[in-house]
Design a protein around this ligand. Structure first.
Ligand code: ADP
Ligand code: MG
Ligand code: MG
Length: 251
C-alpha cells in the first residue's frame, strides 16, 4: 500500500508584487485508504496546498518535499504526477473548449495507463460511472465543463476520479455550491472509489457538511499556511460548534 508524505512544505505564489509566501511548513502523511480532511478559513492556503501537490506553475515550492512511496513528487512534471497516481479535483474546474468529455477521459486514461483502454469495456465503464453519478449520457459529447453548472462540474470531476482510478485524490471544496442531493451523489462517488480502489483522500473543505457523507479518519485545521491542530473526526464536530475564531485569534 502507498503513502504520500508532505514534509515541511513551503510554497509562494506569484503575484504582481512578486512572490508571496503562503504555505509556511506543512507536514501531512496520508496512507492509501485513509481520508484526511483539511479544514480552514478562507485564505488559509488550502487551495495553494492542492495546487502545489498538482504542480501548478504559479505556485513555487521554496522548501520541503512531497514524497509518494519515497519518490520526490516535486521533481515530476504534471503528467508524471498523474501517472504516479495523483489526482486533483479543482475548486474551480476549468472549461476546455473544443474537447469533448469522452475524448478528454479517454486521452487522460491512455496517458495515465500508458496504453489505450479496450474500447468495449471502456465504453461500458464510462456509461456506468455516468449513471452512478446521475449524469445524462449527453454529457459525454459535450465539451469539458463548457456551460456546465457548478454542480455538474463537480460531478464531472468525480467522474474523472472514478474512471482514472488514482492512488491519492486531492478534492478541493468539492462540496461548494452543491445542494444536498448533488452532495450525496458526489460523496457516494468518492466513497465508491475508496471502497473499490483503496483511494487515499485529502478532502479540503471550509464546511463540515460533507464530512457527514465522507467520513474522515483524521482532521487537520489549517490556519495561516500551517496545520494549527490535528485530531480525529470529533475535531470536525468541535469546529462546527466553535468555528475558526479560536485558531484565528491565536495565529
Ligand atoms: P484557501 O483555499 O484556503 O481559501 P488559497 O490557497 O486560495 O486559500 O489562498 C491563500 C492566500 O494566497 C490568500 O491570501 C490568497 O489571496 C493568496 N493567493 C492565492 N493565489 C493567489 C494569486 N494567484 N495571486 C495573489 N494571491 C494569491
Ligand atoms: Mg477560498
Ligand atoms: Mg480554496
Amino acid at each position: 500500500s502507498s503513502v504520500l508524505e508532505i514534509k515541511d512544505l513551503h510554497v509562494s505564489v506569484e503575484t504582481e508584487q512578486g512572490a508571496k509566501p503562503i504555505l509556511k511548513g506543512v507536514d501531512l502523511t496520508i496512507k492509501q485508504g485513509e481520508t484526511h480532511a483539511i479544514m480552514g478559513p478562507n485564505g488559509s492556503g488550502k487551495s495553494t496546498l492542492a495546487y502545489a501537490i498538482a504542480g501548478h506553475p504559479r505556485y513555487e515550492v521554496t522548501g520541503g518535499s512531497i514524497l509518494l512511496d519515497g519518490e520526490e513528487v516535486l521533481e515530476m512534471g504534471v503528467d508524471e504526477r498523474a501517472q504516479a497516481g495523483m489526482f486533483l479535483a479543482m475548486q474551480y474546474p476549468v472549461e476546455i473548449p473544443g474537447v469533448t468529455n469522452a475524448n478528454f477521459l479517454r486521452t487522460a486514461k491512455t496517458a495515465i495507463d500508458g496504453e489505450a483502454p479496450a474500447i468495449r469495456t471502456w465504453m461500458k465503464d464510462v456509461k456506468e460511472a455516468m449513471g452512478n453519478l446521475r449524469m445524462d449520457e449527453s454529457f459525454a459529447a459535450r465539451n469539458v465543463n463548457e456551460g456546465f453548472s457548478g454542480g455538474e462540474k463537480k460531478r464531472n470531476e468525480i467522474l474523472q476520479l472514478e474512471l482514472l482510478k488514482p492512488k491519492f485524490a486531492v478534492l478541493d471544496e468539492t462540496d461548494s455550491g452543491l445542494d444536498v442531493d448533488a452532495l450525496k451523489v458526489v460523496s457516494e462517488g468518492v466513497n465508491r472509489a475508496k471502497q473499490n480502489t483503496g483511494l487515499g483522500v485529502l478532502l479540503i473543505t471550509h464546511y463540515t457538511r460533507i464530512l457527514r457523507y465522507i467520513q474522515p479518519d483524521f482532521v487537520h485545521v489549517f490556519v495561516n499556511g500551517r496545520v494549527a491542530e490535528e485530531g480525529g473526526p470529533e475535531l470536525a464536530n468541535r469546529l462546527e460548534e466553535e468555528g475558526y475564531d479560536r485558531f484565528l485569534e491565536s495565529a
